[in-house]
Design a protein around this ligand. Structure first.
Ligand code: SF4
Length: 221
């Protein structure tokens, strides 16, 4: 374990049912020597699609947990806000508050969409997904070499061409850095190149004026 500590990280998906234990989980990760923690909201895939409304936390609640975790964590511990639209992150009052309170923002990190760009996920049956939250396989390692899937599958190539994005993501100035969550677009619109419905720039989120639950209510509209 001691030799692996540098590679250890904690990952939490926050829902209304575990809100209180996320900081505790991260505290445990710190005690175990983890180098960082990623905190995300629930992704619209698999069984979560049926319970999206119940499992979705409000944006303010999500960021207040991030804030609490960040304030409690040691300076060198990295807190990653996972798969959040860049525009949301820029607009966020909680993040700005953090910046005012602490000058050393180096350990609060944000990432754009990695799916098919930096990550791939291999399921137990050999299916290769662009990321663990993207429910469409690009191929299967039982019938094709991973390298061929990674470099040659149409799906993987599409995800690297941000010029092909649609809707708000297609016209967004942040599309090369952010790109929106492709798994969320797939889960809600059935189109992995569609805009990220969680972004304030998305017409759906804007119309609903209820960004934090927009993707939950979309399923019902
Ligand atoms: S519109 Fe898309 S690319 Fe632009 S910030 Fe929002 S999610 Fe990211």
């Amino acid at each position: 374990m001691a030799g692996a500590v540098g590679a250890l990280a904690s990952k939490c998906t926050k829902t209304p049912f575990n809100m209180e234990v996320v900081p505790e989980t991260v505290r445990l990760a710190v005690e175990m020597g983890a180098s960082g923690a990623s905190i995300s909201r629930v992704y619209p895939m698999g069984r979560a699609l049926r319970w999206l409304k119940q499992l979705t936390v409000r944006w303010e609640d999500f960021m207040s947990t991030v804030r609490r975790v960040y304030q409690e964590a040691p300076a060198e511990f990295i807190v990653n806000v996972e798969c959040i639209p860049l525009r949301h992150y820029f607009d966020d009052e909680y993040r700005r508050q953090l910046e005012r309170e602490r000058q050393d923002q180096k350990n609060l990190s944000w990432n754009g969409c990695f799916a098919g760009v930096l990550t791939a996920h291999i399921e137990a049956d050999g299916s290769v997904l662009p990321c663990a939250f993207f429910a469409l396989p690009a191929g299967n390692v039982h019938t094709r070499r991973f390298r061929e899937i990674w470099t040659g599958a149409r799906l993987m190539q599409d995800l690297r061409r941000r010029d092909h994005l649609k809707g708000a993501c297609g016209t967004c100035e942040y599309k090369y850095a952010c790109g929106g969550c492709r798994g969320r677009a797939l889960g809600l619109f059935g189109d992995y190149l569609a805009e990220d419905p969680l972004c304030p720039k998305s017409a759906f989120a804007f119309r609903s004026r209820n960004i934090q639950t927009s993707y939950a209510t979309y399923r019902e509209s």
